[in-house]
Structure formats: structure tokens, C-alpha cells
Design a protein around this ligand. Sequence first.
Ligand code: BES
Ligand code: ZN
Ligand code: ZN
Length: 485
Amino acid sequence: MIRIKNNNTGNNRVAFYYEEDADLGELPKALRQTFTGEFLQSFLFIREEGAVLLLGLGRKAEDRIRIKELAAKAVKEMKNHKITGFSVNVSKITAAAGIDSIRDITEGLMLGPYEQKHFPEKAREEYDIVLTGLKDSEIKSAEQLVKETVSIVEGVIFARDMVNLPGNKLRPGDFAAEIMKFLKDTEVSAELLDFEALKKSGMGGLVSVGESSAFPPLLLILRYLNDPDSREITALVGKGVTCDTGGYCLKAAGSMLGIKGDMAGGAAVTGAIYALAKNRRKTNVIGFLPICENRISPGSLVPGDVITSYSGKTIEIVNTDAEGRLILADTVAYAVHKEKVTRVLDIATLTGAVVNMLGFSVAGAVTDSQEFFEDFRAAYRASGERYWRLPVFPEHEKMIQSKIADIKNMGEKYCGTITAGLFIKAFAGGLPWLHIDIAGTAWVDSPVFEYQSGGATGAGVTSLYHLCSKDRPEDQIQSKDWKEN
Ligand code: BES
Ligand code: ZN
Ligand code: ZN
């Protein structure tokens, strides 16, 4: 639990210091030999009244990522010393970065101690953290920001938990059930299309991938329609492959995210919709999650096959491991034709190419809509996630033209992330469309940032939330140390 109190009552506490003499001056001289206030440097000492953790702010704590890292580091250090109750004086951070930084502090404090579930399950520790050092006039908005952020981070944690679950503990049916359970007490209504319904409605992509497994495919639709004054409906389409072996184009062993974490897009959509509903945001969003496995069975796809998608377009299968775009194509077409959405965002762990290109901290974005991208950019800069827009030109579209069908599911050896995105665009019916490839950012073997732990990151949840939530925080991601183009 995170609470706000003006006067410091707790015994254990965290104090931040700048790398400047003026700030460090109040510390004993001997201590300043070891603790210099460098960014993320920590020093803990125990006094009779309790533990004091000194944490370095560096030169300036101004961007969202750094603030989240500081907060995460604070709670991790306390966790290492088995301290679960403490206060954090946030005054220096809010003075430098504004009251909105309470969001980042809350996020960091909640995510810092996160660890993957252990089997058999062990209970997670509860933390009791008090934020101090706020002005009386700031307390009300700080309390609101904490409350809003708690729901968002619950969404992030749900996404992490789903992605971290082993494939044999999360079959398509389990994933759908977990999502519906998670959304039970919210105003989100869920509709589940089963295998029979998918076959009947002609979802050739989702059906032909999903029938590779004994655990049948599903389409889960999550409706959160809470803005009667607007006709705009954003479709959030999230890839939900609970196990991607590659099919007959079998993957090499050892690709953990490629295999069990291939539903991170669907998990991100769920987390974002949960937070929107919890915070009763005035917005219209429908989540669409095609959920299935990609395996080898007597009837499963092989290269050279041709299938007919929900849209009526035929698809030549070049590689059975490019299954995500097949199930997303059907789902995007379904969202456009059946649900009358007005713009479409799809999010997926779609290509290894994006990992080679952008690594584990930056996700790829593909769109032909400047307006949609600007809106998304404002959202991700408010969230503190990193994305990079890739170019799309007519020559890229040519790469997925097929000789024997309307389109093929793989292009050349190069531009793999762009052609994957453009494949999905072909099914978006000309609506504003934005494709996000989180294959690199959804999973980190070793954490890039302090607020991550090895495994799933919950990528996408916060940015999708801010995209759909109208009054988002100001863009604060620019830092003096680096610049986004
Ligand atoms: N789920 C994978 C993409 C992936 C790879 C995610 C590594 C996370 C880590 C996707 O279904 C896939 O296998 N894509 C292929 C596409 C190719 C065959 C055109 C890829 O990227 O290799
Ligand atoms: Zn695949
Ligand atoms: Zn996949």
C-alpha cells in the first residue's frame, strides 16, 4: 500500500540527495567519502530509530524513466534488507519534475519488488510505503495520482504474470478465463467466440493456426464503452499466442519469449482496458484478442498452403512461424467490419527483426497515419516507454505481394518488421491504423531498467492506457542526456 502523509512518522526512511555539495552538506563528512549522490547510488545504515537509505539523484531527476528507476531502487534496497515498511521523502523529485512525478514514483515503488511467480506458489510480500515531503496544497492531487497509478500498475503486473506463466499452465482457454476473472469487477463486458463460432464466421487465419493444437483457438472481445458523447471507438487488437513453436517451420530451442510469451500483446491490451475501466476514463475502447497456440498437427499449415481470411482475401503461407499476422489480420478485419471501430491499433510480439533492430528497450511502430502516430507519441512520452516509428513506402508493400494469392505472410530477409506491419494494414479497411511490435520490449532476460525484473516487462500497458485516456500527463520524457528525433 502507498499512502501520503505530510509529517514523517515511520522509522525506516528513504532520503534522496543530489550529487551537489550544497545538498550533501548535511551528511557527516566521513559518509561523503562513500556516498556521493551519483544517480542510483545507494547507502543504507541502521540507527536506533530505524534504517536510513540514502539514494543518489545524480545531477537532475527529471525524466520519467529515471524517476521510476529511483523509486524502484529504493524499494529493492529495502527488500534486500527485509524492510517492508518505510517512508520516502519525495520533495526533491516533485520540486524538479512537478507533481505528476508522483505517477512515476508510485509505478517504481510498485514494480521494484516484482518477481516472477514461483512454482509451487509463494506469497508476495506486501509493502507499506508512506510518501512524505509534499506541500499541503499538493496532497489532494498526489492522492489522486497514486490511486490512478495503482490501477495502471495492477494492469502491468497482470500482463507480466500472464507472460511469465509457462505455456503448459496457460492454454488458450486458461488465458481467456484469467482475463475474464481479472476484469470481473469492472465495467468491461466480455464476449468469447469459441472454435465453432470462429469456423462459422470464416476466420480462416485464426482457425487454420489454432487448429494446429489440441487446445482450440478463441476470440475474446472486451468492450469498454464509456463516452456516449463521442462516436470514436479505438480498437486495441492484441496477439494472444500462448505457445508459438513455429509450427512446421519449427523454432530453434531456447527462445523463451518467442514461445511462451507470445501473448504479451493481448496481455497489454487487457491491462490497459482494466486500468481505463478502474479509473472510469471517459473513452470508448474495444479490445480484441485472438488467442491460440501454434503447433504441429496432422492438419496444421505448411509452407505453400493458401488460406482464405475473414476479409475474403486469400493468403499464401510462406512461413508457418509468421502466424501472428494471420490471426491479427482476421481480428483486425472483424473489428473493422463487425464492430464499426474508427481506428485500429494492434500490438504484438511479432518479429525477431525488431529485436535485432531496436533491442530490448525500444519497441517498433509502423503506421501511415501521422495523426494517429502523434497521438500515440504523446501517450508513450507521458508513460515513459520508448517507441520508434519505422518508414513505410510502396516498395515495402510490394514485398508481400503473392503470385498465387492476394498477399503472402512473409516478405524478404530484410525489413521484416515493416512488412509484418504492412501485412496487417491490408486488413484494416483503410481506417487509421497503427502497429506496435513489442517482441523486444515484452521480455528481458536481464533487466534494462531498475523497475524491471528478469522476465516479462508488461510492455505497452501504460502507453495504451494514456492513448485512450484523454487527460494524460505532460510529456516529460526528454532528458538532457539524450534526445529523441
Ligand atoms: N512470435 C514470433 C516473434 C518473436 C521472435 C517474438 C522472437 C519474440 C522473440 C513470431 O511469431 C515469429 O516467429 N516471427 C517470425 C516471422 C518470420 C518467419 C517472417 C520471425 O520474426 O522470425
Ligand atoms: Zn511465430
Ligand atoms: Zn508468434
